[in-house]
Design a protein around this ligand. Structure first.
Ligand code: NAG
Length: 195
């Protein structure tokens, strides 16, 4: 009787250990894809705030457009706000309003007419910088651009390179709009926190 009891006890202890070990293993497994990290490990020291200013050239006319419509709905032609039109851009960014001034990068992405009541775009684009210390770094913008408003503000949702961990906002102000061709020059002021 005592023997049976002893056996039962040792079986119980064995089972308990098996459960404990598998729980530990499960915990170790769930930890294996994430860990806490000191920002220093990635060389991140102090977060700083930068202001970038440049001019965006949206050229839709002529034989070398930088922005081209890639899709539209059948009702887009009847919509004064071009609702449903999707345009792909690879627009140059320069330091001065003149297209001949120094190129600092490009705006690559999509603008899509997303309003039925006014000309307002969903902007989804990357600013790709090609000049100075920001050469190769990018900033990602996702926002609303109500084209005929004075200053339009769009969130900076992230970045790469020197702009890793970026957050901030971009303000767009039309510098020049050619109503005949549709070409536009837009001043961008971007305020961004990054490391
Ligand atoms: C930017 O980086 C690219 C690729 O590394 C390089 O070819 C180019 O010369 C650089 N431009 C400037 C202005 O430093």
């Amino acid at each position: 009787m005592a023997k049976i009891f002893a056996n039962a006890t040792s079986s119980f202890i064995f089972l308990f250990n098996v459960i404990l070990i598998s729980l530990t293993l499960t915990a170790a497994k769930s930890e294996s894809f994430s860990r806490n990290l000191s920002p220093k490990t990635l060389g991140l020291k102090r977060e700083k705030l930068s202001h970038l200013r440049f001019y965006f050239h949206d050229i839709v006319s002529g034989s070398n457009p930088t922005a081209v419509p890639v899709a539209r709905a059948s009702m887009t032609k009847n919509s004064f706000s071009l609702f449903g039109m999707v345009t792909m851009m690879d627009d140059p960014l320069t330091v001065k309003p003149e297209i001949s001034s120094k190129l600092v990068g490009r705006a690559q992405g999509i603008y899509a007419s997303a309003s039925q009541s006014e000309l307002s775009f969903l902007m989804a684009l990357n600013f790709v910088f090609t000049e100075g210390k920001y050469n190769g770094s990018t900033l990602s913008i996702l926002g609303r651009n109500s084209v005929f408003s004075g200053i339009r503000e769009m969130p900076v949702v992230g970045g790469s390179g020197l702009f890793r961990f970026a957050r901030g906002y971009a303000q767009a102000k039309t510098h020049d709009l050619d109503f005949k061709t549709g070409d536009a020059i837009v001043e961008y002021n971007v305020y961004v926190f990054h490391y």
